[in-house]
Design a protein. Structure first.
Length: 282
């Protein structure tokens, strides 16, 4: 990104992807933890934008480690924002990666997809901490340079444990319920559009980030099987899955006209096939 000095926080699956994807012509500082950032180091970096991908995402781990999960997903993002504001000023764009898992559907009670203004309805502790972190940030920075992105089931060509493709390649049985998914490439494009001239209108709000249309874990598993990455999956009902899987797995379909006007995302099946082909070669 020409001329940008981006501070990228988080060394998980998405952080690793964005580290290479956002490094074009500008400087990119990549760190793992909030502890690495004090006021002096932030003033020396003086980033022109901050992208926070850090957080805990494993549902079972989050249930078993509630204090660390809350710190990582709620209190740490707020502290990071406060440090950036104190050292660099409130005008520095702050892009925070949240989650579309704050809703449990796949659709609202009226049958429509979930949008950024719908109140969260967390179904597990992980989702609760992400919703709490969003609320704390929005209260701290009303109408400011904050942008909260809510992707759903993030995937990329990277062979990473938390990559949704890696997870769906492991399970012999998969549900066939409607869901949104989000390519890491679509997230990168969203960040670029938000930080580019003209992207100011998207700041100070939540954006749902996804590919157009719906897919399902079973359909993704079928695409992976067609690429030779797994055996063809068996279907399992959502009711049977909920009886055996704790904490509960949510299904969510997203919709956001502001996001679609900003990014013009690809169709879900087209993007899945493109990324799966790259994943198979990685």
């Amino acid at each position: 990104m020409a001329g940008e000095r981006i501070l990228l926080v988080g060394r998980g699956h998405l952080g690793k992807f964005l580290r290479e994807r956002l490094r074009v012509d500008g400087d990119l500082h990549w760190i793992a933890e909030l502890a690495e950032l004090d006021e002096g180091s932030l003033k020396r970096m003086h980033p022109s934008a901050v992208v926070n991908t850090a957080g805990k995402t494993d549902l079972r781990w989050c249930e078993d480690h509630p204090a660390e999960t809350f710190r990582s997903n709620a209190s740490a993002p707020l502290e990071l924002y406060r440090r950036i504001k104190a050292a660099c000023g409130p005008e520095v764009p702050f892009v925070h990666l949240s989650s579309g898992c704050v809703w449990d559907g796949p659709y609202r009670a009226d049958g429509k997809p979930f949008g950024p203004d719908d109140p969260p309805a967390p179904a597990c502790f992980y989702s609760w901490t992400k919703a709490a972190g969003d609320a704390m940030l929005l209260r701290e920075a009303p109408g400011g340079a904050l942008v909260i992105l809510r992707p759903r089931q993030v995937y990329s060509p990277l062979k990473a444990e938390r990559n949704t493709l890696s997870k769906l390649a492991r399970y012999p049985q998969l549900i066939d319920t409607p869901n949104s998914m989000t390519s890491a490439e679509t997230i990168a494009k969203t960040i670029e559009r938000v930080l580019a001239p003209g992207g100011e209108a998207a700041r100070g709000r939540i954006l749902c980030v996804y590919e157009r249309g719906v897919t399902s874990p079973f359909e993704v598993g079928t695409f992976l099987a067609q690429a030779g990455l797994r055996k063809k999956p068996e279907r399992i009902s959502k009711a049977d899955l909920d009886q055996t899987l704790k904490p509960k797995r949510v299904d969510t379909v997203l919709s956001d006209p502001c996001f679609e006007a900003l990014v013009d995302p690809p169709a879900a099946q087209d993007e899945l096939k493109r990324v799966i082909a790259a994943y198979a070669k990685a």
